[in-house]
Design a protein around this ligand. Structure first.
Ligand code: NAD
Ligand code: UD1
Length: 350
């Protein structure tokens, strides 16, 4: 086994992590997943193995458990880490800020310290378009001003800044094995693996649009509340850049390849937007969902959700150019794959 192609995936049992494990295994990488299962089910990893016909190594570890993490690094020769582990619910982060800062920020500090000690300095980090706050215009490029409006967003922003700082510190100390870091700013990940075997499995009532629509269509929820139709957008409802989770997962492989290439030969820390560049409104999403699935999605217009912005979509040009990555899936693919997962697994992984 070529141990230089072994990747540590933190949070790999989760929604985006499990889809990325598939792409890694199918591309010949060996995978070790570290996850404390706080927001996921081990069945997702069994299904990853079923889809790919390959096995992976799962370690039930909290990334803040320094000793357990150190042991994982001493027992494996990792090329790189893809770091998904984190808490991600905006509302919950407002209620439990310390928990979010401890889990997301402190967790990343422990991880990067253990990585540095082990001499593994290649990192792909799950950031979010939330770091752009309320953008002054769209499409959004990576050099837009950064800001955050809630503890979740601030935890992502703090982590980005910490990672930029450790990369800068290399230049000051002329480190021979400098950090190579990709900050991947995801827009709105949706959809599921086309097999219908893995997908998003939110706890309780979903906060995000696509899982909410799916659960209305499958009859678990009565109707969608559309949060505001008085935004300055073509139909008044919020516009977002929905990206198929399989396209997103492939972006991580492209980032790994780029970190190994010429651009990062002297180290560095770069941010990349992972989005399609297209914006769709809430009502367009409802309409596409009904057309693709043949299911009527009942909805009512209610007032705006506090903290929501009118429009958010990416300029994915930098990722296209530097990562040689672009999305391939259509909105129809996103909807039909989300629906296949929902219909086949009405109770998720339970
Ligand atoms: P997810 O909750 O499905 O996956 C995160 C995984 O991390 C879960 O399996 C969870 O159990 C694990 N985890 C959390 N804290 C941990 C800890 N301390 N130690 C070990 N494991 C831990 O979420 P996701 O949608 O797959 O998101 C993955 C990453 O991408 C997160 O960092 C999230 O903030 C970021 N992100 C997600 C979205 C989105 O809409 N899904 C958008 C932008 C960024
Ligand atoms: C949310 C998070 C953001 C995170 C992103 C990742 C909030 C406030 N923001 O953003 O931090 O990075 O997910 O995917 O939670 N909508 C409805 N009814 C619903 C749900 C959503 O009308 O029941 C609308 C929203 O107002 C928005 C759009 O659908 O216009 C998308 O919402 P959502 O899926 O929650 O994503 P974001 O708001 O972009």
């Amino acid at each position: 086994m070529d141990t230089k192609r072994k990747i540590l995936v933190t949070g790999g049992a989760g929604y985006i992590g499990s889809h990325t494990c598939i792409e890694l295994l199918e591309s010949g990488y060996d995978v070790v997943v570290v996850d404390n299962l706080i927001n996921s089910h081990p069945e997702s990893l069994k299904r990853v193995e079923k889809i790919t016909g390959r096995s992976l190594n799962f370690l039930k570890i909290d990334i803040r458990d320094r000793d357990a993490l150190k042991k994982a690094f001493s027992e494996n020769n990792f090329q790189a880490v893809i770091h998904f582990a984190g808490l991600k619910a905006v509302g919950e982060s407002c209620q439990q800020p310390l928990n979010y800062y401890d889990n997301n920020v402190n967790g990343t500090l422990v991880l990067t310290e253990v990585m540095a000690d082990a001499g593994v300095r290649e990192l792909v980090f799950s950031s979010s378009a939330t770091v752009y706050g309320d953008p002054h215009t769209v499409p959004i490029t990576e050099d837009f001003p950064l800001s955050a409006t809630n503890p979740y967003g601030r935890s992502k922003l703090m982590i980005e800044e910490i990672l930029r700082d450790i990369s800068i510190s290399d230049k000051l100390s002329a480190n021979e094995n400098p950090w190579r870091i990709a900050l991947l700013r995801y827009f709105n990940p949706v959809g599921a693996h086309p097999s219908g075997l893995i997908g998003e499995d939110p706890n309780g009532i979903p906060n995000n649009l696509m899982p909410y629509i799916s659960q209305v269509a499958v009859g678990k929820l009565q109707q969608l509340s559309v949060f505001g139709n008085d935004y300055p957008t073509p139909d008044g409802t919020g516009v977002r850049d929905y990206i198929h989770v399989v396209d997103l997962a492939k972006g991580h492989l492209k980032a790994l390849q780029t970190l190994q290439g010429e651009k990062f030969s002297q180290g560095g820390c770069e941010a990349y937007n992972l989005g399609t560049g297209n914006g769709y409104s809430v009502l367009e999403m409802v309409d596409t969902f009904s057309k693709v699935t043949g299911k009527k999605v009942e909805y009512q217009i209610v007032s705006r959700r506090p903290g929501d912005i009118a429009q958010c979509f990416a300029d994915p040009g930098k990722a296209q150019q530097e990562l040689q990555w672009q999305t391939e899936k259509t909105l129809q693919d996103m909807v039909s794959d989300a629906w296949r997962w929902q219909e086949n697994n009405p109770s998720g992984f339970q």
